[in-house]
Design a protein around this ligand. Structure first.
Ligand code: IPE
Ligand code: IPE
Ligand code: MG
Length: 241
């Protein structure tokens, strides 16, 4: 596919879903699905940046995912501890910067927070694209912390109420990134599950049935073709059509 000839979304969001069902269908434990999902993400994200995507936000673990069994949560935490750093090193070679969005409070362990900081640190000068990993992330809690920061800056006279606008709110999110253009949620679920609600207001939505570990480069190219067919109107009308 000639990616130069098609419209490429600037910021893509992925709710990577279906790891557990992927494993269950194969008679394997849910943990094998998470492992396969992570390994898929490494190759897929590189491919996405190669097509021309500039920002990729991935939903890796929600604040609500702590409701899962101790065994599953521990497995995921260990997986992130073991794999984030190597992923960051690979992305550094691709000149991709890694940033994280999400809460840093308990039960997230100190050891993992250190690894997260290291990943951000070793890729901080990269310029070809940004991978935003949403970990212990919830959109409601992101918005609440933004409101608190805005309140504080108003009190400290750092900003004036009359200057506060919609664009400025992005600046108070976990990461100051542009709106999402294209959201993909794998596995056929038709909901957002508390993912980037402010940033998704005019995103095009795409819900393939494929489970995330099987959502490969070819599947993403199919998604891109679908994106090129969308008519993004942002509330306006093109009267010349
Ligand atoms: C997504 O896969 C990964 C995480 C939420 C961490 P799931 O674990 O939600 O897989 P399903 O939805 O149960 O199949
Ligand atoms: C959303 O998936 C969270 C992540 C992909 C990290 P879930 O599988 O947790 O969402 P629900 O529970 O089906 O809404
Ligand atoms: Mg799920």
């Amino acid at each position: 596919m000639d990616y130069k000839k098609i419209k490429i979304p600037h910021h893509v969001g992925i709710i990577l879903d279906g790891n557990g069902r992927w494993a269950k269908e194969r008679g394997m434990k849910r943990s094998s699905g998470h492992e396969a999902g992570f390994d898929n993400l490494v190759g897929l994200s590189k491919h996405m940046f190669n097509t021309g995507v500039k920002i990729l936000s991935v939903y890796a673990f929600s604040t609500e995912n702590f409701k899962r069994s101790k065994e599953e949560v521990n497995f995921l935490m260990n997986l992130f501890e073991n794999k984030f750093k190597k992923y960051a090193e690979e992305l550094k070679k691709e000149n991709i910067k890694i940033v994280f969005s999400g809460g840093r409070e308990k039960p997230v362990k100190e050891k993992l927070l250190k690894i997260i900081d290291e990943c951000e640190n070793i890729t901080k000068d990269c310029t070809r694209g940004i991978l935003n990993i949403c970990f212990n992330y919830g959109s409601h809690s992101e918005i609440v912390q933004a409101i608190k920061k805005i309140h504080k800056d108003l009190e400290d006279n750092k900003i004036k109420e009359k200057d506060l606008n919609e664009d400025m709110v992005y600046h108070y999110m976990f990461q100051d990134l542009e709106p999402i253009d294209f959201l993909i949620r794998t596995s056929g679920e038709l909901r957002l599950s508390n993912f980037m609600l402010y940033q998704l207001s005019y995103a095009e939505l795409y819900f393939p049935k494929t489970y995330f570990p099987d959502f490969n480069n070819k599947e993403f190219d199919k998604a891109l073709i679908e994106y090129t067919k969308r008519d993004r109107r942002f509330g306006g009308i093109d009267y010349s059509k």
